[in-house]
Design a protein around this ligand. Structure first.
Ligand SMILES: Nc1ncnc2c1ncn2[C@@H]1O[C@H](COP(=O)(O)OP(=O)(O)OP(=O)(O)O)[C@@H](O)[C@H]1O
Ligand code: SF4
Ligand SMILES: [Mg+2]
Length: 350
């Protein structure tokens, strides 16, 4: 099967963020500071109608990767293919058809909706850009879109600030659906919502996928949600894909040591109270340029190897890939021992 999206060896770098004064000094001194890679050598695919989750702690490059797929940032290296065609070009050089087929839903629905215009305008704008509908046909389509996200037709005359967070996210999803896309990039679409509303939006995403066969790149911090929604998972660490596989492969040992840390730190699972995914990569140290990026935090690091040599991309199966010096057997051994040595509930001194 030709993948719907094929991301191949993508590298994206940013110039270091600095204040205006520093930037002026750099300009005067002709300082040519090297751009810092936010995504390195990333390769993965998404099949039609599939949900691929992208996970990794804050700053690991998830949004950067999604933005490159949407054409909002240009990769310096690598390529993007959609429906078999090269799409490694910015948004202004993409065809209307391509723009229609890749839609972006943001964490904060306010980013996609014009607060000064009614829902009618916000939905209608997408229909006008991509389809030439008018009169009753246009009205009916808007009602149908609202119905598909379980909103009453009366919402058409509301302004975005008159919507709850969940309702606004529903309108943002309806707006993306209005384009009849093949792929929706869902960037932390649940993070700004109450927990009670998150479940409804998740159900909705699943229901819409069943009825439209749309594919999702689902960026999330909550691994429990990922397990429920995704078909496959891609794990990013400091811009590198360190593991990818089916949900079963990712949630069943042996894991990449970083994935093991993430799974270990799911809230309520015992050892930690906060998920490692909510940590900011910048607060947990920078990744070394030589050897394995995870080596400073890895409790299974092989001395003399991991801090020196770039880890190989191992294939545990056709679908399961791990960036590590440890073989699947070695990882199993290491993780079994680590689990045995680490009590879930710390013993209490009496
Ligand atoms: N416009 C920019 N200029 C410079 N650096 C940037 C820019 N945007 C992102 N970065 C840096 O690139 C890295 C990846 O950022 P990105 O937003 O892709 O991470 P993320 O995984 O989406 O994080 P989060 O979970 O917090 O949304 C970070 O170190 C970030 O500081
Ligand atoms: S390559 Fe070494 S340091 Fe990196 S994750 Fe594997 S064991 Fe740990
Ligand atoms: Mg992000």
């Amino acid at each position: 099967m030709t993948p719907l999206l094929e991301v191949s060896h993508v590298q994206i770098s940013y110039r270091p963020r600095r204040g205006l004064v520093s930037r002026l000094i750099r300009a005067v001194r002709s300082d040519t500071t090297e751009p810092v890679p936010a995504v390195r050598d990333a390769s993965f695919t998404i099949n039609p109608g599939e949900t691929v989750a992208l996970v990794g702690e804050s700053g690991s490059g998830k949004t950067t990767l999604a933005r490159s797929i949407a054409g909002l940032i240009a990769p310096q290296r690598g390529s993007l293919r959609f429906d078999g065609n090269d799409i490694t070009r910015p948004v202004h050089r993409r065809s209307a058809d391509l723009l229609r087929h890749i839609q972006y839903v943001f964490q904060n629905p306010a980013s996609s909706l014009n607060p000064r215009r009614k829902v009618r305008y916000n939905l209608g704008r997408t229909l006008d850009v991509f389809f030439k509908l008018s009169g009753a046909e246009r009205r009916d389509r808007m009602a149908e879109l609202l119905d598909s996200v379980h909103l009453d037709p009366g919402y058409i005359d509301r302004y975005p600030p008159q919507l709850s967070g969940g309702e606004a996210q529903r309108v943002a999803i309806a707006q993306a659906l209005a384009a009849e896309p093949k792929l929706i990039l869902c960037d932390e679409v649940l993070s700004a919502l109450d927990v009670s509303v998150q479940d409804n939006i998740l159900e909705l995403l699943r229901e819409l996928q069943a009825s439209t066969d749309v594919a999702y790149l689902f960026i999330a911090h909550d691994l429990a949600v990922v397990r429920w929604l995704a078909d496959r998972v891609v794990v990013l660490y400091h811009g590198r894909i360190v593991e990818q596989g089916t949900v079963e492969e990712i949630f069943t040992p042996p894991h990449h040591p970083y994935t093991a840390l993430l799974l270990d730190s799911i809230p309520g699972k015992g050892k930690h109270q906060t998920s490692a995914l909510t940590e900011d990569a910048s607060t947990v140290g920078t990744a070394p340029d030589v050897g394995c990026a995870f080596e400073p935090r890895c409790r299974h690091a092989i001395s003399g190897v991991c801090e020196v040599d770039e880890p190989p991309r191992l294939h545990d199966s056709e679908t399961h890939e791990v960036l590590c010096h440890l073989s699947a057997d070695d990882r199993t051994q290491a993780q079994v021992h680590a689990t045995a040595a680490t009590p879930d509930v710390p013993s209490q001194e009496t």
